[in-house]
Design a protein around this ligand. Structure first.
Ligand SMILES: NC(=O)c1ccc[n+]([C@@H]2O[C@H](COP(=O)([O-])OP(=O)(O)OC[C@H]3O[C@@H](n4cnc5c(N)ncnc54)[C@H](OP(=O)(O)O)[C@@H]3O)[C@@H](O)[C@H]2O)c1
Length: 246
């Protein structure tokens, strides 16, 4: 029996990086996977292939996590075609390598909107069906930047710290509906937003990681599959760090 056999998962930001690794891993573990992306068509096609390559249903849905109508349309389609969703992963996230002195108010809003409001809107849309069915699992993707004093853009760190509060409050509200909510906070990974880091900063970072390397998106995706599985039925409201020991 695979870890996610028969589950229907929704993953935001699935067109590359950690999101694509999550889609592939969840499909490998037996889940049908719907994913959102906002622009990267080629990446979305590659993710679709990864999912169907594991013999599972794939649904690539082009809509921003800030588009309320788009999210409602996705939720309606899932209810109609798949009978709903069992798992939601709020993975879509962005960062900008900006020092605070050069950060415009609009930069702050852009990062907070996608990383925090996007998680709220996607959750509201997808969780309505979970509440009706009294069953579901939500995993938010946080970051080490929101948990520890490492150097990172302040809007990004603030947005990821907000996801911890979002996770805890949502857990309290949703537990009575049979929905578990957790947050997985990785350190720097080999793909995605971490690539913005200049080489000298990367070397400095790795020096402080007890395991002596950055993580891989596959490692995070494998653990994220366990986190949303029925084998992890008693973990709720947690933010779990996965950072090589920092
Ligand atoms: N990589 C790391 O080192 C690292 C470490 C800790 C935490 N994380 C977290 O992991 C998550 C994934 O990051 P990543 O590194 O994989 O980033 P990435 O490679 O830049 O991918 C981001 C994904 O989010 C999608 N996206 C961006 N804005 C969106 C929007 N408004 N609506 C819908 N989708 C949107 C992108 O698709 P489109 O371009 O098609 O919109 C893409 O699929 C983020 O929450 C990030 O903070 C990453």
């Amino acid at each position: 029996m695979k870890l996610l056999e028969g589950k229907r998962a929704v993953i935001t930001g699935g067109s590359r990086g950690l999101g694509r690794a999550l889609c592939a891993r969840y499909a490998r573990e037996g889940a049908d996977v719907a994913f959102l992306y906002s622009s990267d068509e080629q990446g979305a096609a590659a993710t679709t292939q990864d999912i169907t390559g594991h013999g599972r249903r794939a649904l690539a849905f082009k809509t921003s996590v800030l588009d309320e109508d788009g999210l409602d349309a996705l939720a309606a389609r899932l209810e109609k075609e798949w009978g709903g969703a069992d798992v939601l992963v709020n993975n879509a996230g962005i960062s900008q390598p900006l020092p605070i002195a050069l950060m415009e108010g609009s930069d702050w809003d852009t990062v907070m909107d996608v990383n925090v409001k996007g998680a709220f809107l996607a959750t509201r849309a997808v969780a309505r069906g979970m509440v009706r069915r009294k069953k579901g699992v939500i995993l938010n993707i946080g970051s080490l930047a929101g948990e520890r004093a490492i150097e990172s853009p302040v809007h990004y760190a603030a947005s990821k710290a907000a996801l911890r509060g979002f996770t805890e409050a949502l857990c309290k509200e949703f537990s009575r509906h049979g929905i578990r909510v957790n947050c997985l906070a990785p350190g720097l990974l080999d793909e995605g937003v971490g690539k913005n880091l200049p080489d000298h900063r990367l070397e400095e970072y790795v020096k402080h990681v007890p395991l002596g390397r950055i993580g891989t998106v596959e490692e995070v995706a494998a653990f994220a599959a366990f986190l949303v599985s029925d084998k992890n039925a008693y973990m709720n409201g947690e933010t779990i760090l996965m950072d090589g020991g920092l």
